[in-house]
Each structure stands twice: as C-alpha cells, then as structure tokens.
Design a binder for this molecule. Structure first.
Ligand SMILES: Nc1ncnc2c1ncn2[C@@H]1O[C@H](COP(=O)(O)OP(=O)(O)O)[C@@H](O)[C@H]1O
Ligand SMILES: [Mg+2]
Length: 317
C-alpha cells in the first residue's frame, strides 16, 4: 500500500452565508493523480486553496505527511513540498518568463546554480525555453498557462495542485498540458487535478472525487463509479432501410440480456443489460433478415451519467 501523503478531514469553509465547503474529506496516496471533478461553484478552488494555505478553513483538519496544515509553521514546511498552479494565472507582467520562474524559485528558497538549473529544466519541460526572454504579455493563453505550470514546478514539488489548468487554452496546449501531467506523475509527482471536463478527469485520474455544492457526491476509480450507476447499455443502429419484417424485432428482443427494442423508421435502439456481450448476436440477427446498417453507436456510460444520477443535474448546464 502506498502511503497517505495528504488527509483532508471534514473541512468546512464559508464566504459569508455561502457554504463553499460543507465538510470535505479525502485521502491522497503517494503516486496518485486525484481528479476533483465538479461544475463551476462546486468548491474545487476553495478546497485547493485550503490545502495550499491560501485560505484558512473554518473547521476540520488537513495533514500533509505528519504536518498539520492549520499550524502556520508546519504549513510553511509543507508548502515547500507543494507546487500550485492556480486557476487564475498568476504572473508578473513586467518580468520575462525566465525572470518569473527565477522569482518564484527564489521564493521557495532556491539559489545560485541550483535555481538557474531548476528554472531551465522547468521552462524546457513546458517547452518555453526558447521564448524565455519574452514577457507573458506576448504569450497566447496556452503559453501563459504553461508558464504558470513551470512556476509551480521550479522547486520540484512532491505534490502538485493544479486548478483547472486547461481552461481557456488552445487544443494543442491542452494536450501538451495533459501529457505533462502524465509525465510528471510517471516521474513520481503526486497530483491533484481539478477540472469541470469529465473527459480529462477520465483520461488522467486514477482516483476521482466528484464534487457538487461543497460536498463529495461520489468517489472512486472511473470503473467503480460507472459500475455504481449503470447496469444497462444502449446500442443505436442506423439501418440502410426501414425494417421489412417486424419478426426481426421480436427475435432481437429475445436475445439473452436484451431488455428493450425500439424502432423508429431507420433508427433502431437496443437496450441491454451490461456485460452480456450480445453485440455480435444482435448484428448477426440483422444480417439474417438482410437488414443492412450504415452506423452503429454503443452509447458509453460517462462520468456525466454518474453526476446526473447522484445530483439530478447535468455537469454542464
Ligand atoms: N472569494 C470569494 N468570495 C465569495 N464567494 C466565493 C469566493 N470564492 C468562491 N466563492 C463561492 O464559493 C463557492 C465555491 O466556489 P469555488 O471554490 O470557486 O468553486 P469551483 O472552483 O468548483 O468553481 C461558489 O458558490 C462561489 O461563488
Ligand atoms: Mg475554481
């Protein structure tokens, strides 16, 4: 078993009457990429800011290794092991990319050759070394974001907190960022990654916490979360021509696992219990009745379905 590096226990935080965190708990194990998935306003940034000490929680406990993050001195010690990539890009406009990284590295106590080498490494990592002399004002949204990531990495943190790092970036930078997170994780960095994009969380995170309105609504791996909500799958088939002989519908309906068959013109939907592997049989039956098809779509269950099931709302409204 990997060691627990961060333990968040029953943390609450309000802004006036607005309860942004209503008792969040989670455990993060060394080597994980933990995904915080939730819509705007779920409390992701509030939680990340409580972890890195930018905000003080109202109640509850936060521990990194055996350091109590509510204690100022222990928080400073813990912060040296944390890197933060905040949701709002935080760069000094008057400084070049290189100077921004030097500045942040200096704040973390790096000096001299070690500082220079670390900055070079971080800027190379986000592919901005060639543009190091430019000020952030000359950068695209994606490049600013990558520079922000470099700033979060200069001191080689054990735990990297990334708050919606792909919002407002072009697809190319987005892929670059996702790949970088994977690479950092392969090299041993533990990551907390917040996002409202379920595809990113699904692709990147082994441990997923789905949040809404300051609470955990579901937690687990992608497959355990999917298994919690859904025991059917739908196969949507577009037929080349409408059904000739309705006997085919009855025969598909009697295939083991099939619970419902709906037909409307050339559209055919077959609902089936999950894990029956009756896909080939359904296709074979259409072949038997000479019903050609133009496309087949096996509707995949997604984290969106999990969110809908648990909250009655869509992740993206
Ligand atoms: N500085 C703030 N002052 C007042 N309310 C805030 C502030 N920051 C966040 N909130 C509120 O707290 C809740 C959680 O926000 P936030 O943590 O930013 O969620 P997320 O990052 O998931 O979008 C929201 O209702 C938001 O409006
Ligand atoms: Mg946020």
């Amino acid at each position: 078993m990997s060691e627990v590096i961060l333990a968040v226990n029953d943390v609450t935080k309000s802004y006036g009457d607005n309860k942004a965190l209503k008792g969040m708990s989670l455990e993060l194990k060394s080597g994980e990429i933990l995904g915080l998935l939730g819509p705007n306003g779920a409390g992701k940034s509030t939680l990340i800011n409580c972890i890195c000490g930018l905000l003080k929680p109202d109640s509850g406990n936060l521990k990194m290794f055996d350091l109590d993050l509510k204690d100022d001195r222990q928080l400073i010690e813990a912060r040296a092991k944390m890197g933060v990539v905040p949701q709002e890009i935080a760069l000094v406009e008057e400084l070049s990319a290189y100077e921004n990284c030097m500045y942040i590295g200096g704040l973390y106590g790096l000096k001299g050759g070690e500082l220079k080498d670390s900055v070079e490494e971080a800027l190379n990592f986000v592919d901005l070394w060639d543009r190091r002399k430019d000020r952030p004002g000359k950068y695209s949204g994606g490049m600013k974001r990558r520079l922000n990531i470099a700033c979060g990495l200069v001191h080689k943190p054990t735990l990297l907190l990334m708050d919606e790092p792909t919002v407002g970036v072009d697809p190319q930078s987005r892929n670059y960022i996702l790949e970088s997170v994977r690479q950092l994780n392969d090299e041993g960095t533990t990551v907390i990654y917040s996002s409202h994009y379920m595809e990113e969380v699904e692709a990147l995170c082994d441990h997923i916490v789905i949040m809404d309105l300051g609470e955990t609504v579901a937690e687990g791996t992608f497959s355990s979360l999917i298994a919690e909500v859904n025991d059917t799958e739908t196969i949507n088939i577009s037929l080349a021509k409408p059904i000739d002989d309705t006997k085919v519908l009855a025969e598909i309906d009697s295939i083991p696992g099939v619970t419902n068959v709906e037909n409307n013109g050339t559209e055919l939907s077959v609902i089936s219990e999950r894990g029956n592997n009756n896909f080939n049989e359904i296709i074979a039956k259409l072949g038997e009745f000479k019903q050609d098809f133009t496309s087949i779509d096996l509707a995949r269950v997604s984290l969106e379905d999990v969110f809908l099931d648990k909250t009655g709302k869509k992740l993206r409204d």
